[in-house]
Design a protein around this ligand. Structure first.
Ligand SMILES: *[C@@H]1O[C@H](CO)[C@@H](O)[C@H](O)[C@H]1NC(C)=O
Ligand SMILES: *[C@@H]1O[C@H](CO)[C@@H](O)[C@H](O)[C@H]1NC(C)=O
Ligand SMILES: *[C@@H]1O[C@H](CO)[C@@H](O)[C@H](O)[C@H]1NC(C)=O
Ligand SMILES: *[C@@H]1O[C@H](CO)[C@@H](O)[C@H](O)[C@H]1NC(C)=O
Length: 462
């Protein structure tokens, strides 16, 4: 054992020595200047002679194939720097956005997370001149959760052509328009500009970023319409434009996003008909579009988006009936249509959706008999909300409890008391809603086994 340990130690020492010898002195000096300028943690020069050979928080080095001279194959270069949240170096209150970091010739990833947060002063978000960035090999730049970082998105971003992942998110003081030059970043796979204070239109040139898989512009103040050019992003899997100030219709070109799995457009000023061809979105699992003044009927084509798991269209002025076709969405787990102007019956097909787990149809003008059986009601429990539909009633005599949100249907007119008469919609001829409380379905819906058995017998006899 001691011999083995000694051998291991010798090996580690030799690796460290080789690395120390390998690190480029100019690169090492640039790294030290960046560390000293940004970090509040330590006197980096005294930590050790060899940053790449010993573990430094926030620093990653790698041999870069094809870089430098061929003799020293093990030559290590700074490839990743991480500032901000522990275990990475915390940032000084006076740290400026470090331009020198972009002079590290082999840097691939640069992170500033919870870095710039001096409550007493802001730090401008600036970049070196374009000329200094054009030879950059940076693939990932992440500037996230920096409450004191201020200014606009620097136009020089467009010069970092090697970028694949650009995240500028949760920096409340980053404002202004997105530079059109963003269209130059043809290698971008992920663009996340969410939770800033960006304004102006969504640049149509984003449609040129044909490798884009994720686009998140949510929680800003973008205005104008959704550019039709976004429909050119054939690789896009996630599109989130929610919580902006977007107006106009959903562009027809959106049906060209055939790789899309997640589409969120909630909390905007979007209106008008959803485009035909929604069923082309054959991988779409999440369609989240609440709080828009749509004011149109729900298209039956929604039922042809075969993989849909969540359909959330609440509070958007939809009128007409709930399309029967929704009963085809076998993967549906969540359907939120509350607070619209929907009328007519609840499609019976919904009761056959075996994955359904959250159904909110409250505050509409739905009427008729609720087509759900005891098993369905028990499965959804408190995740079912049918309240605020005065014309609805339940006809399942097996399901009786004090606290139900929809009244029990009563045969004939005798029990159709004043509450039914007060309903704005005419009750069914055979049934009249008998409203008990304004609450929701109780979690403790009880089945009376005897009643069930009797029902079954009756059915068999008939
Ligand atoms: C930009 O490039 C010039 C010329 O190579 C150089 O002198 C200068 O230090 C660079 N600036 C930065 C911030 O890297
Ligand atoms: C959204 O747009 C409206 C009308 O153009 C404007 O009055 C409002 O201030 C905007 N809201 C935000 C958050 O930008
Ligand atoms: C429903 O329609 C009425 C009148 O047609 C309108 O006043 C009301 O705002 C609409 N409700 C919703 C939630 O859009
Ligand atoms: C249904 O939506 C209403 C808003 O209209 C909300 O208050 C209620 O909590 C929701 N119910 C469920 C079960 O999600």
């Amino acid at each position: 054992m001691p011999a083995a340990s000694a051998a291991l130690l010798l090996y580690l020492l030799s690796v460290a020595a080789a690395a120390a010898a390998a690190m480029d002195p100019a690169e090492r000096e640039t790294l030290l200047l960046v560390m000293e300028a940004v970090s509040s943690d330590r006197d980096w020069r005294s930590v050790g002679p060899d940053p790449c050979g010993s573990p430094w928080p926030g620093l990653e080095c790698k041999p870069v194939p094809g870089a430098g001279n061929v003799v020293s194959a093990a030559k290590l270069h700074v490839t990743r720097l991480d500032f901000g949240a522990a275990p990475n170096p915390a940032c000084r209150d006076t740290a400026a956005f470090p331009h020198l970091a972009f002079a590290l010739p082999h840097l691939q990833s640069l992170f500033f997370v919870d870095c710039f947060k001096n409550p007493a002063a802001t730090t401008p978000f600036t970049l070196p001149p374009s000329g200094n960035l054009s030879s950059s090999r940076l693939q990932q730049l992440s500037v996230r959760s920096n409450p004191s970082l201020s200014g606009t998105l620097p136009p020089q971003l467009a010069s970092i052509r090697s970028l694949q992942v650009l995240t500028v998110s949760q920096n409340a003081l980053i404002r202004g328009e997105v530079p059109q030059g963003i269209g130059e970043l043809k290698n971008l796979v992920h663009l996340d500009l969410s939770y800033n204070s960006l304004t102006g239109p969504i640049p149509s040139r984003i449609g040129e970023l044909r490798s884009l898989v994720g686009l998140d512009l949510s929680y800003n103040s973008f205005s104008g319409s959704i550019p039709g050019q976004l429909g050119d992003l054939a690789m896009l899997q996630k599109l989130d434009l929610s919580s902006n100030n977007l107006t106009g219709g959903v562009p027809a070109t959106i049906t060209g996003l055939t790789s899309l799995t997640f589409l969120a457009l909630s909390n905007n000023g979007l209106s008008g008909r959803l485009p035909a061809g929604l069923s082309d979105l054959r991988d779409l699992q999440y369609l989240i579009m609440e709080n828009n003044p749509m004011g149109v009927p729900l298209p039956s084509e929604l039922g042809d988006i075969a993989r849909l798991q969540e359909l959330r269209l609440a509070n958007s002025g939809y009128s007409g009936s709930i399309p029967e076709t929704l009963g085809r969405l076998a993967s549906l787990t969540t359907l939120s249509l509350e607070n619209n102007n929907l009328t007519g019956r609840i499609p019976a097909g919904l009761s056959r959706l075996k994955r359904m787990y959250h159904l909110n149809l409250s505050k509409n003008g739905l009427d008729g008999v609720v087509p759900f059986d005891g098993a369905f009601l028990r499965r959804l429990g408190r995740n079912l909300d049918l309240s605020g539909n005065p014309g609805l009633c339940v006809d399942d005599r097996a399901v009786v409890q004090v606290d139900v949100g929809v009244g029990l249907c009563r045969r004939g007119g005798a029990d159709a008391s004043s509450s039914a008469a007060a309903s704005p919609r005419a009750p069914l001829t055979r049934y009249a809603p008998h409203r008990l409380t304004g609450g929701r379905w109780s979690a403790a819906l009880l089945i009376r086994p005897v009643a069930v058995a009797l029902c079954c017998c009756c059915c068999l006899l008939l």
